[in-house]
Design a protein around this ligand. Sequence first.
Ligand code: SF4
Length: 510
Amino acid sequence: MSFPCRRSVSAWTTRSARNRVTEPPRYQLRSGVRLARGKDGRWLVQDKALRRAIRLGDKDARVLRLLSQGRGLRFDQLVGKVGNAAEVRRRLGALARLFVLAGPRSRQRLALQQEAASGVKVGQERTDEAIIFPQGSNPPRHACVATGACCSASFLGPMSEPDRLRVSGLTLGKRSQVSLGSEALESVEFQGQELWGMRRIAGSCVALGDDGLCDVHAEHGYDVKPIPCRQFPLRFHRMPWGLHVSLLLACEGYDRARDAAEPWPSRTAEVRGFVAEGAHVPACALPFEWTAGVPASISDTQTLLGALQADEAADDACPRSWLAAIIDKFERTAIERGEDLQEGPELSGSLRLATARLPGQLRDSTPWFDLAGLTAHQAHLAQRSAMLIARDEPADAERLTRFALGIDALKANLQLQPRGDFGVSGPARRHLLDVVANDLPAQIAIGHLDAGLTNLAVRLRFIEALACALCQAEGKTQVTARHTTLALKVAYRSEPDITALAKSRTEPPS
Ligand code: SF4
């Protein structure tokens, strides 16, 4: 995939001439990077400055070996040795994105490593930390309307250690399916860590009564409940400039209470309280990378996020078009930055944005996904669903069945008007706009910005398609808030499946 080049070869040569460089640039290995065979015989890049080791394929390793000799090689010299200009451009682009070539890109990456090391540690809580709530004049808000949605997640944690000790010492009442708090806990292993949560039976917490009320709350009061129960559906992400708060839109009560909910700033003390008590707060990784090979400073990323959030959508705006405009803006900025960092003119257009062609897909009506990939995903869902039924987990099995219905809807390319056949009510449209407004900072916090925006677009498309399918199943043609609410619940409880869907997106021909 190539992108328009902002800086032409002649412009590059002019700048070189200004710098009294009379010949084209030589591509070189960055100093401090070593290429060696690993114990398994495969090529390994050892990079002390960035504290990492990267495996390389034979073709990339061959180019890197050539570049590591003497003063490096000009592009034409490299083509002479490798024999194919397109192949050389492809390999150089891949090596540049790994920051192993000498040049402005690697210098920027190393400087940002310093910034990340010398600044405030992103993982640390600070009492003066800014709390940043969902933005806009009508952001998604929340007030509990006791739907019990928080008590039927596939994992009811993770608890802090004080949570675990407090709950395990409780006695429970007649709502609960167990009488001792110590019997109401379960743990899962995640990335080598043991995480604790409330135990589930048939998909719901053992402390949830038939009346939909919590036994821990009823017997011991709100404050005794574990943090994840009190925090739901608030979701936190720590960035260098503050703590972003968003909502898990799986909570069926989030929009029912939209008008009744207190304005966000009134929840500041509550959020600080959760954080001080040990709530789970994932922190973004530093330095930021907008896409592979485009590192960016903290202040530049904060400015970019502000710019992406700046244009608020009207209540009757098309959610997909709004997100397309946001991604357009991101791509323009990222491409411009990437071009400024290129090692030589031959690498112009060598970025590989995960969002490539996504704005067009958001705006038009053509299918997004590879049908074979969707079918394989459905088969996997069916297997997992059968396993959950065998384990007496009917609620999770039903969620997977609904996810599979969403995939059917993607296969049939069900869409809202004007692209498709389904009308949409105002509140349902508002739900889709909420997905964009609510998730933008959260997606940017979790990795490369282009991957986060792709995930967000796929989530939005999936929710739209599933809502259409739920509407169709009732023999109707107008999607309402009831359909979008259920589609939100399925999507926000199925993060790994949404990520898997994002990987089976196809790129239309250029
Ligand atoms: S402890 Fe109470 S609030 Fe928490 S998941 Fe169980 S029933 Fe729900």
